[in-house]
Design a binder for this molecule. Structure first.
Ligand SMILES: C[S@@+](CC[C@H](N)C(=O)[O-])C[C@H]1O[C@@H](n2cnc3c(N)ncnc32)[C@H](O)[C@@H]1O
Length: 327
């Protein structure tokens, strides 16, 4: 495997669906696995290609997470933004973002003068939704994928109030003590060095600021986070919520025949190769492995080994952790 940041999708050309295939292949390269796994920069190069590819086919309004389903959360959103989860969305990703916000001990109307950063913002749709809930003065989204950032800026930016920048979670392109809140939604499982990201999040937070971290975990990665939380750092961990079942409820809704997700995804004209990589009906991206679901075609592809082994099968929980930077 020769992947590196140099051979990831060049930024002076349009990202394509083939970037997704290329990045996916590199992450699953068997020769690298035999050597003990790809190097951190190779992983980032492949991840960047994957998400550049996803950005190339994503439609307006798309989120890139598995969502969450909870009637209480939905009702709270509806009281703040009536009907917003009923039009051109299944509302499940919005619920995941609201979960990330509601555990931060700042009321949604208490953000005046405050600044918010999302690390790993994808297309920026989640942050755009969050920007409608909180009255923050400055909201910044950052992502490794240049194609995602370009689209987010083109579609959603609103000056200081909401803007997007390319960067790496392990080396945040912001000065010390800049933000009151750092959000991180379903992104950190991609980072080769989770501890490096937590140190960076602490660095860019103002004293007393909050990190809201939402992600999926293997047993091993959760044990690693538990260890990191015990280490002496600038962060005090103030809350941990296991949201596994509520995330699974959202995934099952998306996988139902005729769901908003199924209808919306099937309308997209992707190359066959790409569809095979991501689950015939987009089920892989929707989190099918996490609920043990396989579409019929996917079962055939796996049995015949047409598609490389999935990495997602090891994930066993989805957790929400909140930390406060020491004053
Ligand atoms: C599953 S998507 C989630 C996107 C968004 N938070 C959402 O929920 O819609 C994961 C995102 O993390 C980003 N990412 C992965 N590794 C990263 C890194 N090292 N630095 C910044 N972003 C990264 C990917 O490019 C991708 O946009």
């Amino acid at each position: 495997m020769t992947t590196s940041t140099q051979d990831s999708a060049p930024e002076d050309r349009e990202a394509t669906a083939e970037d997704f295939n290329s990045g996916f292949r590199k992450l699953n390269d068997e020769s690298e696995t035999r050597r003990g796994g790809p190097e951190p920069e190779q992983i980032k190069g492949a991840i960047s290609e994957i998400y550049n590819g996803v950005a190339s086919w994503s439609a307006k309004g798309d989120f890139w997470n598995w969502g969450l389903h909870d009637e209480e959360v939905l009702a709270e959103i509806d009281s703040l933004l009536p009907g917003c989860c009923q039009h051109d969305t299944d509302g499940l990703s919005e619920q995941l973002y609201y979960q990330a916000l509601r555990a931060v001990p700042i009321p949604v109307d208490g953000y005046a003068g405050k600044s918010v950063l999302e690390v790993g913002c994808g297309l920026g749709e989640g942050l755009n939704f969050a920007s409608r809930l909180v009255n923050a003065s400055e909201i910044v989204g950052m992502d490794l994928s240049q194609a995602a950032i370009d689209r987010a800026n083109a579609r959603l930016s609103r000056g200081e109030q909401l803007r997007f920048a390319q960067g790496d979670a392990e080396s945040l392109p912001f000065p010390d003590s800049t933000f009151d809140v750092v959000l991180n939604v379903e992104s950190s499982h991609n980072y080769p060095d989770l501890g490096g990201f937590l140190r960076e999040a602490a660095r860019v937070l103002k004293p007393g600021g909050y990190l809201s971290h939402v992600d999926l975990f293997t047993e091993q990665s959760n044990a690693h986070l538990v260890q990191l939380k015990q280490e002496d750092s600038e962060l005090d961990w103030i809350e941990e919520i296991d949201i596994t079942e509520r995330v699974r409820a959202a995934i099952r809704k998306r996988l139902e025949p005729g769901s908003f997700y199924r209808q919306n995804f099937s309308a997209k004209k992707l190359p066959l190769k790409t569809r095979i990589m991501m689950g015939s009906g987009g089920s892989h991206l929707a989190g099918a492995d996490f609920v043990g679901h396989r579409d019929l075609l996917d079962r055939v592809l796996e049995a015949t080994r047409i598609r490389p082994k999935r990495i997602q099968t090891e994930y066993h929980s989805y957790r929400h952790n909140v930390a406060r930077k020491k004053a």
